[in-house]
Design a protein around this ligand. Structure first.
Ligand SMILES: NC(=O)c1ccc[n+]([C@@H]2O[C@H](COP(=O)([O-])OP(=O)(O)OC[C@H]3O[C@@H](n4cnc5c(N)ncnc54)[C@H](OP(=O)(O)O)[C@@H]3O)[C@@H](O)[C@H]2O)c1
Length: 255
């Protein structure tokens, strides 16, 4: 499938953690489909600059906003900052931390860190996102058409929690539950869906074991275009799809 280059024309989209890696891929995908993009970053300013340049080279507008999403006040304020640029059509909750901790190794500080970035920040962002739509387009809220979309980036582990990456997995499982609760809370004007990823990019700086692909029924890594197509479906496809979690994981959550 080719991305429809006008599917998101004129729409403003905020991607958290968009400076690098998957967040950058998502930001580029939205821009390729016609969106203007707000690149949120935490610490990766130089990479955010590069992402901004890439989006500009696609003929779309891009802005950068810094916020530490482990801090509730900064997370809550991010949509307010974004609204100085314009009214958002979509929020993509991508930023996350992923630490290889077992239950036994998980200290309270690590637990709280994972929940703050991976769950509390998406909650505060979603709440503020819904509020900006109700204050910017109150008339549209009384209709039954979709005026906003939220996509939560999940993990195959979210619906198949195991013992590895304990606080990360629990935070993503809770985010999957929140995706469904938000879909009901924000219907009929905002759709809320999850994209549960599998092997998209290896963790930075960590070697992947030789038999890793045996854990994936598809037997391979995802192609970047597959991530792009899945995202654009959730951003520009049927607004009647809400509370859905699409697995882009080659079947990994099934075995
Ligand atoms: N990689 C995969 O194959 C894979 C598989 C399954 C699920 N996922 C999901 O896909 C998403 C992206 O994965 P990734 O591999 O690209 O992650 P990553 O390389 O670890 O990048 C994490 C992103 O989150 C941001 N971030 C982390 N803590 C932050 C904080 N306190 N404040 C603000 N921003 C913060 C970082 O921003 P800065 O660098 O600017 O600080 C960075 O852009 C995550 O939700 C992850 O769970 C990825």
């Amino acid at each position: 499938m080719q991305t429809n280059v006008s599917a998101l024309n004129g729409k403003l989209i905020l991607v958290t953690g968009a400076a690098r890696r998957i967040g950058k891929m998502l930001a580029r995908a939205a821009a390729r489909a016609g969106a203007d993009v707000i690149i949120h970053y935490g610490t990766s300013k130089a990479q955010a600059d590069e992402t901004k340049e890439e989006i500009a080279s696609l003929g779309r507008k891009a802005w950068m906003i810094q916020a530490d999403l482990s801090k509730a006040d900064e997370a809550a304020n991010l949509i307010f900052q974004a609204n100085k640029i314009g009214t958002l059509y979509a929020l993509i909750n991508n930023a996350a931390i992923f630490e290889p901790l077992t239950m036994q190794e998980t200290k309270l500080s690590a637990w709280e860190r994972h929940l703050a970035v991976n769950l509390t920040a998406p909650f505060l962002l979603s709440q503020a996102f819904a509020k900006q739509l109700s204050s910017s387009a109150p008339a549209a809220l009384s209709s039954s058409s979709i005026i906003g979309r939220i996509v939560n980036i999940l993990d195959w582990r979210a619906l198949k929690p195991g013992a590895d990456h304990f606080p990360y997995t629990i935070s993503k499982a809770a985010l999957a539950a929140m995706t469904k609760s938000l879909a009901v809370s924000l219907a009929p004007t905002i759709s809320v869906n999850g994209l549960a990823l599998g092997a998209i990019l290896p963790p930075s700086g960590k070697p992947v074991s030789a038999d890793f692909l045996k854990s994936i029924p598809a037997g391979r890594w995802s192609q970047p275009e597959e991530l792009e197509e899945a995202l654009i479906f959730l951003l520009a496809g049927p607004g009647y799809v809400t509370g859905e979690i699409i697995h882009l994981d080659g079947g990994r959550h099934l075995i």
